[in-house]
Design a protein around this ligand. Structure first.
Ligand code: NCD
Length: 311
């Protein structure tokens, strides 16, 4: 008997679309898959997943495809919309209704905020948001929560520091929202003035009574955190290349700075990394970002099973 996940037919557009209990059910299932992968090899036989990516991706697209293949399902993929009818001027609404005729589930990444929501409105099959502009990235949040839950043993009473591009980083926005629902959390936001979290998000979280300690120096915060969440400065969201280059190297986690972290802290990153974590950090057992990649695949396997109603 597998963990029960009651998400059949649901789309996943924002991190708050699922309750903490629904996330918990997904973590239990992901854990079963991670420890007993052989029990799930044929679970999605005869099912088709489509990935429709209008922005570059390595992990998110491939982890969904790997997840579906490992469940015995099939995958259709548009990795470069310029090779599809999008190049002829087809609207997202029409593309989605077409892809939905071929697939049981659609995973979409798009540069426009709100594009995944729009896709879900037109799609007769469930839609998963794999990133819409600078807004949300809920399956990275699923991955991140599962990683923290597994490696720290809990999702409460934790000090979490987000460092880097908190303005454009959609993984930060989704994860902050999701973590704000757990008790006893302490949030540190480390960014330069220009890359602080958007005002609407600060207001949304403040209205919930969440306090966030905003800092510009990472050194002041490192000794206190359980989870350090590093992010890439989001080059593609900048209008000015020089501004990007000025901010890109604002924070670099080096082995020296790592010394300031608690012995049992973890360092996460949604990846890709550019300059913000020195390669010398990778060998430290607290650097868990490649483990996080693996957790992401199991979390997405659980999500696919849940939404397709196979469990
Ligand atoms: C992130 C994204 O696309 O928002 N990548 C990912 O999906 N793991 C983070 C990033 O691109 O910096």
């Amino acid at each position: 008997m597998h963990a029960e996940v009651a998400l059949k037919g649901r789309s996943f557009i924002n991190a708050l679309d699922f309750t903490p209990e629904e996330y918990e059910a997904l973590f239990s299932l992901a854990e079963e898959i991670r420890t007993h992968p052989q029990d799930f090899t044929g679970a999605c036989a005869g099912r088709v997943l489509a990935t429709l990516f209008y922005e570059p991706s390595t992990r998110t697209r491939l982890s969904f495809e790997a997840a579906m293949l490992r469940l015995g399902g099939q995958v259709l993929s548009v990795a470069d919309p310029q090779t599809s009818s999008v190049a002829k001027g087809e609207s997202l609404a029409d593309t989605i209704r077409t892809v939905a005729a071929y697939a049981d589930l659609i995973v979409i990444r798009h540069p426009k905020e709100g594009a995944a929501r729009l896709a879900a409105m037109y799609s007769p099959v469930p839609v998963i948001n794999a990133g819409d502009g600078a807004r949300e990235h809920p399956t990275q949040t699923l991955t991140d929560l599962y990683t923290i839950r597994t490696l720290k043993g809990r999702l409460s009473e934790l000090a979490v520091a987000f460092c880097g591009d908190l303005r454009f980083g959609r993984t930060v926005h989704s994860l902050l929202r999701a973590l704000s629902r757990y008790p006893g959390m302490r949030f540190f936001l480390i960014s330069p003035e220009e890359l602080r979290i958007p005002e609407f998000l600060r207001e949304e979280l403040s209205a919930q009574g969440i306090t966030m300690e905003e800092r510009e120096q990472m050194e002041e915060v490192l000794p206190f955190v359980d989870v350090l969440y590093m992010t890439r400065v989001q080059k593609e969201r900048f209008l000015d290349e020089e501004e990007y280059l000025r901010l890109r190297d604002f924070y670099i986690l080096t082995p020296d700075r790592l010394e300031l972290l608690k012995k049992d802290a973890i360092v996460m990153h949604p990846l890709p990394r550019v300059t913000e974590i020195a390669y010398g950090v990778d060998a430290d057992p607290r650097a868990v970002y490649f483990q996080q990649v693996r957790f992401g695949m199991y979390a997405r396997m659980a999500l696919i099973l849940g939404i397709l109603g196979v469990v």
